[in-house]
Design a protein around this ligand. Structure first.
Ligand code: F6P
Length: 320
């Protein structure tokens, strides 16, 4: 049976990571397994920056955004020598297995270590909801709430000024945060990697909304990296009856106290990770699929196509 495990958070932080750290630590300790917290993701593993956790070390973090352990991106982790150095550090501390909370890059690291004999379990922690093998990631729900709260505020002011608010949300190359925000806020348009971007089409739609339907304001939710919201706002002012304003929500979406759903999801996933390690399983990632917590091999998950959002885009179109 595994006697000592490590836990780390890697990649962009996400609300609920702390809840996952807490769950992993408490469930492991209850089962007589020692827990070591590794600081700043794989970087801490490489630099031997880690500390043993007791039960109270993870007190008062459940409701806190960010990650108590700190996070970092370490692209060099792909290199075999770096991985071997990390394994040496793990062996030095007697750490036999790891829980890695992060995105798909972190999963690849977890897979590499598992292949070298350290059982690792990946938990999906990111606001982007872009990790295969799960319907939802830890942090997505909280980030969605943040987007909705802010877009609701923008609607108040844009409706007072005959404006079109163009709001950029995060998501990396995944449109989920944009789509869910657009549905939740009753936006007039959503632009995402899935919809693509056609400037003419956007201006035409706004012309129809303003001049034919006599709408006095409009909200467009744009997924980051799809178009330049500042330049779109200028075009809107020049070519439609609305005055355009761009707002980039930015890193605000990564912070804040995790929602109850994210806290519960993170707790359930943390529990599952420890259960898997106790049964000798490694190289798996935990997910929630059709409301059930499950796990599958990381290799299999990474090959899965992204969940189709066709039905949700159709719903959005039918609600406008
Ligand atoms: O993956 C989370 C995320 O917030 C993405 O939505 C965004 O593209 C990226 O990280 C931003 O990264 P950084 O914090 O390094 O600027």
């Amino acid at each position: 049976m595994v006697r000592k495990i490590g836990v780390l958070t890697s990649g962009g932080d996400a609300p609920g990571m702390n809840a996952a750290i807490r769950a992993v630590t408490r469930i492991a300790l209850r089962n007589g397994i020692d827990v070591v917290g590794i600081r700043n993701g794989y970087k801490g593993l490489l630099e031997d920056d880690m500390t043993e956790f007791n039960r109270t070390d993870v007190s008062d973090i459940l409701d806190r955004g960010g990650t108590k352990l700190g996070s970092a991106r370490l692209p060099e982790f792909k290199e075999e020598e770096i991985q071997d150095q990390c394994i040496e550090n793990l062996n030095k501390h007697g750490i036999e297995a790891l829980v890695v909370i992060g995105g798909d890059g972190s999963y690849r690291g977890a897979l590499a270590l598992t292949k070298k004999g350290i059982n690792c379990i990946g938990l999906p922690g990111t606001i982007d909801n872009d990790i295969p093998g799960t319907d939802f990631t830890i942090g997505f729900d909280t980030a969605l709430h943040t987007c909705v709260e802010n877009v609701d505020k923008l609607r108040d002011t844009s409706s007072s000024h005959h404006r079109c608010s163009i709001v950029e949300v995060m998501g990396n190359h995944c449109g989920d945060l944009a789509l869910y925000t657009a549905i939740s806020c009753g936006a007039e348009m959503v632009i995402s990697p899935e919809t693509g971007y056609d400037e003419e089409e956007v201006l035409e739609k706004l012309h129809y909304l303003g001049d034919v339907l006599n709408k006095n304001h409009a909200i467009i939710i744009v997924s980051e990296k799809v178009c330049d919201v500042e330049s779109l706002a200028k075009k809107v002012t020049q070519h439609t009856s609305f005055s355009g304003r761009a707002t980039v929500l930015g890193h605000i979406q990564r912070g804040g106290s995790p929602s109850a759903s994210d806290r519960v999801l993170a707790s359930k996933m943390g529990e599952k990770a420890v259960d898997l390690l106790m049964s000798g399983v490694g190289g798996h990632c935990v997910g929630i699929v059709n409301n059930e917590i499950m796990s599958l091999p990381i290799e299999e998950a990474l090959e899965q196509p992204r969940n189709s959002r066709k039905k949700l885009y159709r719903l959005f179109d039918r609600l406008v």
